[in-house]
Write a protein that binds this ligand. Structure first.
Ligand code: C5P
Length: 224
């Protein structure tokens, strides 16, 4: 069944967390195990797709068979994603830091002996990678752009608004409130938006989420 249903199609998948340097030894990052993104890349590969896998800090290795590109910061991830295009589809699973320190120290910031105050860090906005791809025009835009939304409250309203704001075609929202155990865990509970109407998926393994998504993608690309 899986077979070769996505043969000849190229997908860009982002995964893991970006790291925004404060100085050569310190960074700001987001919690992400990379498990869901890696599983999605694997499910696409299983269906015969070519996958450019652009990943930040992760607990799991990239899937064998992907064209894997390791990155650090959000800006590096942005560059790598746009380098990897064109693609038929792009799936954005990475936990990208929204902000980065305005200036990363070139040397390790010293703790002054006897200091009683701490440095403050000025932050600037990072590029929104998903939005930048969703808003590409014409042939430059992947036919299918898929985003994720990690929410802790008002999931349906926030996710619906996010899909509109980002301009992505599909959006998978997951509840990441601590009691769900999504972060770092092997299970996920998805609310899927192909339109403004939410579609509730049962709680299932991240592998099953990946397979279900890849099957929906294969159906969409059938005959194209
Ligand atoms: O805005 P928010 O971070 O909640 O959006 C989540 C979605 O956007 C995810 O698909 C994530 O990978 C993507 N994203 C991105 N670049 C950013 C921020 C988020 O690609 N700077």
């Amino acid at each position: 069944e899986k077979g070769q249903s996505l043969k000849g199609k190229h997908f860009v998948v982002t995964s893991g967390g970006t790291r925004e340097p404060i100085d050569p030894v310190r960074f700001i990052s987001n919690a992400s195990s990379g498990k869901q993104g890696t599983a999605i890349a694997q499910s696409l590969l299983d269906r015969g797709a070519k996958v450019s896998f652009i990943y930040g800090a992760s607990d799991v290795p990239p899937p064998p068979g992907a064209d894997a590109i390791a990155v650090g910061s959000a800006q590096e991830m942005y560059e790598a994603v746009h380098q990897a295009l064109p693609a038929e589809g792009a799936i954005f699973c990475a936990a990208v830091a929204d902000w980065r320190p305005k200036q990363a120290g070139r040397e390790k910031i010293k703790k002054q002996a006897g200091a009683t105050d701490a440095p403050s860090i000025e932050m600037v906005l990072n590029p929104d990678i998903l939005k930048s791809v969703a808003q590409l025009e014409g042939a430059a835009r992947p036919q299918l752009v898929v985003g994720f939304a990690a929410e802790t409250e008002n999931l349906v309203d926030h996710a619906r608004a996010k899909r509109q704001r980002k301009g992505c075609d599909w959006l998978l929202a997951n509840d990441v409130s601590p009691e769900m155990g999504t972060f770092g865990g092997d299970q996920n509970k998805i609310t899927f938006f192909r339109s403004d109407a939410p579609e509730e998926w049962d709680t299932m393994s991240k592998k099953d989420v990946a397979d279900k998504l890849a099957d929906a993608i294969a159906t969409t690309f059938k005959g194209s």
